[in-house]
Design a protein around this ligand. Structure first.
Ligand code: NAG
Ligand code: NAG
Length: 220
């Protein structure tokens, strides 16, 4: 005979796990071993936000030690998109940068640039409204080797249509540009995506990767 209490607890546990599970969809670029990303910028079209829920749509960089993520996040929790840049979440603990509300359908820009002293400066803008925020983050000593285009969902499903990036430029140190023209890693093969207009140039210890269009189309 089964113990009903155990069944009930197992059932509640499953519900909690479902409620707390984060759904991830992301594409990731990695430079050649030993190379570091030195900047990441582009345009991002805000989809129509279906409801107030934990929709986090973000381009971001992660360091070799995976100690956190330096990101520019379209946040749907309030029911209106809010766009801000920062370092999540500790090691080091840094204040989140400034941000602003974004209308459905607006195209915003992000630019993350490593400074000569090793810190990083984020500039985010909404060219339609003129809103912008610039913040410097003390991320000296971190070597960023993961450039990520993520959809992070705590509760809702991917029900907002496409997430489209354009005019993306990523630079790395080094001279091996294969990371740019190779297809990115598609986490868990979870995402249908399209990429076009990819080109790279190599300078003295610098690779510049240009991606005219990168669209996360739908769940696979
Ligand atoms: C990556 O960055 C670290 C320090 O931030 C530096 O020591 C190293 O030389 C860099 N690698 C390359 C290939 O530039
Ligand atoms: C590093 O440079 C940035 C940009 O010039 C500046 O905002 C920041 O304060 C500097 N950090 C330190 C520790 O001096």
């Amino acid at each position: 005979m089964k113990n009903l209490e155990v069944i009930a607890i197992t059932f509640i546990g499953q519900i909690l796990q479902q409620a707390l599970a984060t759904d991830w969809y992301f594409l990731e670029y990695n430079p050649a071993s030993g190379e570091n990303f030195t900047s990441f910028s582009g345009d991002m079209a805000a989809p129509t936000l279906p409801s107030a829920a934990t929709y986090y749509l973000w381009p971001g960089l992660q360091p070799t030690d995976n100690s956190g993520v330096y990101q520019n996040v379209l946040d749907g929790r309030s029911g209106t998109w809010w766009f801000g840049s920062g370092w999540c979440c500790s090691d080091p603990t840094l204040a989140w940068g400034g941000g602003f509300n974004v209308a459905d359908g607006a195209t915003v820009t992000f630019s993350n640039v490593q400074q000569s002293n090793g810190s990083w400066t984020s500039t985010i803008t909404d060219p339609t409204t003129g809103d912008s925020a610039t913040n410097n983050f003390a991320l000296e000593g971190k070597d960023f080797n993961q450039a990520i285009f993520a959809i992070e969902l705590d509760g809702p499903s991917w029900d907002f249509g496409t997430l489209a990036y354009s005019n993306v430029v990523i630079t790395s140190s080094g001279t091996d540009s294969s990371w740019c023209t190779d297809t990115p890693t598609n986490y868990d093969d979870a995402t249908v995506y399209s990429i076009s207009g990819v080109s790279s140039t190599v300078g003295s210890d610098e690779v510049t990767c240009t991606i005219e269009s990168l669209v996360l189309e739908s769940p696979a």
